[in-house]
Design a protein around this ligand. Structure first.
Ligand code: ADP
Length: 609
């Protein structure tokens, strides 16, 4: 990354810092500047103290007043410095919390405006992880460095002003001798960031495997199969490779830094020698000579500090690029969503048409859906049937507007789906995916999140839970709807998979939607419960579009229309009766299942239907 880009990100970081808390920013700015002043006063007071002592010794005249005055001034400077440090620390700590809050909001909002293809894109996902892992800590680093930068700049300016009266050339040499270090640091930072970027995905993978191993729900399987050793070897492979690479890279960097820093030490050594000799030749006081040496040391220290601060800031800016990139995607998506058709509460969806739709996942060359032509109508319950991998879930993802087809059109009420405002469209839809979310929250919230406006509306939540039969087990729990779910958190309980599925379906039915999609959400339920749920949903949602995916054919006759998919193609379409008469794929799959039910010993390997 070039300096221009780093400056741009630095500007964005300043905006983050400013927006997080304006008052903290201003306070911190003022106190950081003030914290640089004590060093200047101390240099001057040091000179006065030494000269006074030398004077007393030379004249053998013990005058106490000047000593007391200097002592009091010293003490005052130290006390004020301490006060400034304490206030700065307080403001800084409070400010950190504001920054953390601000970045969390920024990240979640950016995520909210993203599309599936953004989140599934590896590059963007890496950026998202980087932003998630690094943004807060890096912004806080920049904040702390900013404080140090201001402090050191104040000291540096004061010291340079004092030294200018002694010798301009020394000031120029001191400043210019820092340039090689600046260049070296700049190169080092870029190199380290390049390495970080190169290995980010691998490190992310290792971290993921590690967190997967500590997840409570994975523990049992990993334990039984004794897989930890294998997982450990995957992690160690990555970490060891990085350690070897680190050693190689850091050795080179350290040698270069050592050489340049040694040259720098020699230069300041020579300058100090020059100051002593010149001071002696001009009969300067001991205090003045000591002060000038101290000023050179201070200037060198401040320059060194400013340099390392600037390098760290540059480094932090590099890492903050993730957040910046994410925000750019958010802006792009917001722009795209402007001027789209907004579906109000009174607007209803009467039909969804897929016309010659073909689709492949971003980054893949394989078409998962091919030339699909279907029309889903209001008031009809559809069932999607087909072997695993035939494209059922992908089809519903397209209907829900999560992906756009590469070929063909999807029309909602005759208008292309991408002409609609996504948020208003999503409000009309509800879904239970196979991998639905199990929130570590209360049952009330787990259901209530289907419609956030009802998260505290216990009557609606209970009504929804009754619909799916979830109420029967919930009301037996000690805290009923206030029971917090998921193991691994304090005082939490966990549910069986079937109970979780009922909670997830209750969540989906809480939302008064127009399109309801259930993607095999009943796989862990017995056929009777599944029948009960499907039947209730069908009768209470007579007005909407219902799409059910189930691999059990026992309850499939509940669907008005059955669509059979095979290898991404629509093979058959019609009522249960029609399809049986057609004697095609559906009738074959149906007969196999019936046979399996009547004659379980003949459990055919084809359970996946
Ligand atoms: P079904 O629901 O019928 O089991 P899916 O729609 O889930 O089938 O999958 C259809 C095909 O698409 C499969 O070959 C699967 O590997 C592929 N697929 C599913 N999800 C993704 C994805 N996010 N990225 C790439 N390929 C995918």
């Amino acid at each position: 990354m070039d300096i221009k880009n780093a400056l741009k990100i630095f500007k964005h970081t300043l905006i983050i810092l400013w927006n997080s808390s304006k008052s903290s920013f201003i306070l911190l700015f003022i106190f950081s500047m003030l914290s640089g002043l004590p060093a200047i006063f101390n240099a001057y007071l040091g000179k006065q103290l030494i000269d006074t002592i030398v004077n007393i010794i030379q004249n053998r005249n013990m005058v106490i007043t000047p000593l007391i005055t200097i002592g009091v001034m010293y003490l005052a400077v130290y006390l004020i410095e301490n006060l400034i440090v304490s206030i700065t620390q307080y403001v800084n700590e409070i400010y950190s919390s504001y920054i953390n809050k601000y970045i969390s909001i920024e990240l979640l909002e950016a995520l909210n405006s993203m599309e599936m293809e953004d989140v599934e894109n590896t590059k963007i996902h890496n950026e998202l992880e980087k932003a998630n892992n690094e943004s807060t800590i890096r912004s806080m680093n920049i904040l702390n460095q900013l404080i140090q930068l201001l402090k050191n700049s104040t000291t540096l300016l004061g010291m340079i002003t004092m030294l200018l009266s002694f010798n301009i050339l020394i000031v120029i040499i001191l400043i210019f001798s820092t340039i090689p270090l600046i260049m070296l640091n700049y190169k080092n930072m870029n190199k380290l960031y390049e390495v970080y970027n190169k290995r980010f995905e691998k490190v992310r993978f290792a971290t993921y495997i590690r967190s997967l191993s500590v997840e409570t729900e994975n523990f049992k399987e990993i334990k039984i199969f004794n897989n930890l050793r294998y997982l450990k070897s995957i992690i160690l492979n990555i970490l060891n490779k990085n350690i070897r690479e680190d050693k190689r890279i850091k050795r080179v960097l350290i040698v270069k830094s050592f050489i340049i820093e040694s040259i720098d030490i020699i230069i300041s050594f020579v300058i100090k020698g020059y100051i002593i000799i010149k001071g002696i030749l001009h009969y300067n006081s001991v205090g003045k000579i000591t002060m000038n040496i101290k000023i050179v040391t201070n200037i060198k220290d401040s320059l060194g500090n400013i340099l390392s601060i600037a390098s760290s800031m540059y480094e932090d800016c590099l890492y903050l690029q993730g957040l910046n990139n994410i925000k750019q995607i958010k802006n792009k998506r917001e722009q795209q969503n402007k001027g789209k058709i907004y579906l109000g509460e009174k607007d209803t969806i009467s039909r969804i048409e897929l016309i010659n739709v073909s689709f492949k996942y971003p980054g893949s060359n394989e078409y998962v859906l091919k030339d699909i032509n279907i029309c889903f109508k209001k008031g009809v319950t559809y069932s999607l049937v087909g072997l695993n991998g035939s494209g059922k879930t992908t089809l519903v993802k397209l209907i829900l507007g999560l992906y756009a087809p590469q070929e063909g059109k999807i029309l909602i009420n005759g208008i292309e789906i991408n002409e609609y405002d996504k948020i208003s469209l999503f409000k009309k839809m509800s879904v239970v995916f196979q991998d639905y979310v199990k929130y570590p929250l209360t049952i009330r919230e787990n259901i209530g999140l289907g419609d956030i406006s009802k998260v505290n509306d216990i009557n609606s939540i209970v009504e929804s839970a009754k619909l799916t039969g979830a109420h029967k087990f919930i009301h037996k729990l000690p805290n009923e709807y206030e029971e917090t779910l998921r193991k691994g958190w304090k005082d939490n309980i966990d549910l069986s998979e079937g109970q979780w599925q009922k909670i997830a379906i209750s969540r989906a039915t809480l939302r008064k939607c127009e399109i309801l999609v259930l993607d095999e959400p009943t796989s862990s339920l017995d056929p009777e419960s599944e029948y009960e749920i499907f039947n209730t949903i069908k009768s209470f949602r007579g007005n909407g579009i219902n799409i059910l995916i189930t691999h059990r054919f026992t309850n499939i006759s509940l669907a008005d229309i059955i669509i059979v998919l095979e290898d991404g193609l629509v093979k058959e379409k019609g009522t249960h009766k029609e399809l049986l008469e057609e004697n095609g794929v559906y009738s074959k799959l149906y007969n196999i299942q019936q046979e399996m039910l009547l004659n379980p010993q003949k459990l055919v390997s084809d359970q996946s239907i």
